[in-house]
Design a protein around this ligand. Structure first.
Ligand code: DC
Length: 223
């Protein structure tokens, strides 16, 4: 059985970057499933399909080839043969991803691809439904969160470093809106799996968060 670690949580909890470091320390791959939904969102924008239009998105999702490849241990996400790893980080694509991820046809396709990857390789997978749907039997499940204000503060800081000076209030508002959408959608909403360990990082720094996860993994896998 491959090593499978599931990490879920709301936007801005630091999942992706913390998961990246944890996976690197463990010497296993990290699959950021949000990147896959983002790629579907980007594809729909390019096709001129409204991400909020369920029938239209469902009809076209079969045409969208989301490919994940690893280069030097780092995930690169492809739309067909185009590396879209950086392109999918825009605000427009974030909103499109949140919309398309509501539709069952999209979720079915992504979940199947994720399950196939996890069955073949040791992986730490992060997303919204990993512990509840994708890897229901994962030996390690972690629900990573922090207060909305703290998550918005971290996102605001990251944005500034990237040259984006969107006001903190706006960042908080967008984050609350995405939380609302991710937690209230009908299909596989974001929620903590019953057997997941809750890790609130509001008062933890980056290294402390990494260490806390490594300790949880160690208890199960002994490494
Ligand atoms: O983690 P992220 O911000 O890159 O995710 C982008 C969107 O995709 C987010 O709005 C929720 C959705 N998503 C999802 O529904 N299920 C996942 N496993 C991962 C992400």
């Amino acid at each position: 059985m491959p090593v499978n670690i599931a990490i879920d949580g709301p936007v801005g909890a630091g999942k992706s970057s913390i998961a990246d470091t944890v996976a690197e320390r463990l010497g296993i791959l990290h699959l950021d499933t949000g990147a896959m939904y983002r790629t579907v969102g980007l594809a729909m924008l390019r096709l001129g399909v409204d991400p909020a239009d369920e029938p239209a998105v469902s009809a076209r999702v079969g045409e969208v080839a989301v490919n994940v490849r690893y280069q030097d241990g780092k995930q690169h996400t492809y739309l067909g043969e185009e590396d879209v790893t950086n392109l999918i980080r825009s605000g427009e694509v974030s909103a499109a991803a949140s919309s398309v991820s509501r539709w069952p046809a999209v979720r079915r396709a992504m979940v199947a691809a994720q399950q196939r990857m996890a069955s073949e390789t040791d992986m730490l997978i992060d997303g919204r439904d990993i512990g509840t749907v994708v890897l229901k039997n994962a030996p390690v499940k972690i629900y990573l969160t922090a207060s909305a204000e703290e998550r918005a503060r971290r996102r605001y800081k990251q944005n500034l470093e990237a040259g984006d000076d969107t006001a903190y209030e706006k960042v908080l508002e967008a984050l609350n809106e995405r939380d609302r959408q991710d937690m209230n959608r009908e299909t596989d909403p974001l929620r903590q799996a019953e057997d997941a360990v809750l890790l609130d990082t509001t008062h933890l720094n980056y290294e402390e968060s990494v260490e806390a996860i490594l300790r949880i993994v160690e208890q199960v896998y002994g490494k």
